[in-house]
Design a protein around this ligand. Structure first.
Ligand code: AP5
Ligand code: MG
Ligand code: ZN
Length: 209
């Protein structure tokens, strides 16, 4: 099963992709996570990506596509995978079409107002990547999974969040029509709570939960 998770910043792509990947036993591939891991390791790719990410802009298509082609060519992707945050532009989707046949595109739909609150309140674990919202932390500053420090992502600062939303509407939202025209799109209400959203996605995939 080859699945794309589409949706605005903060829609819940990462949260849901993790759940679905576990249920379906397929790798979860997030281009944002790959860029952040490279940044942490100080690789040339990480340094390049940071110039764009910190401004809320997209990393150039060529760089991103090469990375994904490389990743989905690995052995663990033979039985399928779930792409989170890729493709994000029409040229990326066209490039993907030349090297993969996608089965489902899940579009997680959430209103902009809710997205701003989710992103500005998001905290992530530096070590294991677990994601939280300040409203559920009751002032806690440590990860409940591994005990490490929780931080705010650089691009979750208020001004960058607005830039990311605008980039999403200009460059990524056109993919909804792109995949609708191919008959692959499944629209999911992403404002209905974590578990209900997961269940709605599993139903759309025809998977047993
Ligand atoms: P990326 O890391 O992909 O960020 P994004 O698309 O902006 O998405 P987020 O990770 O912010 O949100 P999400 O949808 O995963 O939401 P989450 O599950 O965390 O990309 C970062 C940057 O990398 C980009 O800006 C760009 O520069 C670059 N990049 C990446 N891919 C690229 C590409 N293909 N091309 C070019 N550049 C690329 O949830 C958010 C919050 O909401 C959390 O706090 C969570 O707990 C909460 N939440 C989630 N679901 C619910 C719910 N149902 N109810 C209540 N709260 C919820
Ligand atoms: Mg994410
Ligand atoms: Zn942790």
């Amino acid at each position: 099963m080859k699945i794309i998770m589409l949706g605005a910043p903060g829609a819940g792509k990462g949260t849901q992709a993790k759940m679905i990947a576990e249920k379906c036993s397929i790798p979860h591939i997030s281009t944002g996570d790959i860029f952040r891991a490279n940044l942490k390791e100080g690789t040339p790719l990480g340094k390049k990506a940071k110039e764009y990410m910190d401004q809320g802009l997209l990393v150039p298509d060529a760089l991103t596509c090469d990375l994904v082609v490389d990743r989905i060519s690995k052995d663990d992707c033979e039985g399928g995978y779930i792409l989170d945050g890729f493709p994000r532009t029409v040229p990326q989707a066209e490039a993907l079409d030349t090297f993969a046949v996608i089965d489902y595109v899940i579009d997680i739909d959430v209103a902009d107002q809710v997205l701003v609150d989710r992103l500005s309140g998001r905290r992530v674990c530096v070590k294991c990547g677990a994601t939280y919202h300040t409203s559920m932390l009751n002032g806690a500053t440590k990860c409940s999974v591994c005990g490490d420090e929780l931080i705010q992502r650089n691009d979750d600062k208020a001004e960058t969040v607005l830039a990311r939303l605008s980039v999403y509407h200009d460059q990524t939202a056109p993919l909804i029509g792109y995949y609708e025209a191919k008959g692959l799109l499944k629209k999911i209400d992403g404002a209905q709570g974590l578990e209900n959203t997961t269940q709605a996605i599993l139903n759309a995939l025809g998977a047993n939960a």
